[in-house]
Design a protein around this ligand. Structure first.
Ligand SMILES: [Zn+2]
Length: 109
């Protein structure tokens, strides 16, 4: 992924619009590229500033901390999703093998 591609994906990332594959590539790039990380940080600051302005709230945010939490949370989601897929594949395989064994057993009986 190029920095341009990555930075174009930032709004979608913040709105949770990225597909799992895109999200994975995005996080991978942002983790490795300080330029895009800073760009993302700027977006988060602007987005939060707008929110605070809208709500007229007197809240201070630790941007770095917040961004890290968001990135970690999304990485965890990807990991959980991967685990679910592995579980499903194992489950289906077990079912298929069981089916084959039962079929063989049926014909031999
Ligand atoms: Zn970059």
């Amino acid at each position: 992924m190029t920095c341009k591609e990555c930075q174009q994906m930032i709004p979608d990332f913040l709105n949770n619009y990225l597909k799992p594959k895109e999200l994975k590539r995005f996080i991978f790039h942002v983790r490795a590229c300080s330029q895009c990380y800073e760009e993302l940080e700027t977006y988060v600051i602007v987005s939060l500033a707008t929110q605070v302005f809208d709500e007229n709230a007197d809240v201070s945010y630790d941007i770095k901390d917040l961004l890290e939490k968001d990135l970690n949370e999304k990485e965890n989601q990807l990991r959980r999703r991967k685990h679910r897929i592995i579980f499903l594949v194992v489950f289906i395989l077990t079912f298929l093998i069981l089916d084959v064994i039962l079929t063989i057993h049926w014909f031999n009986a």
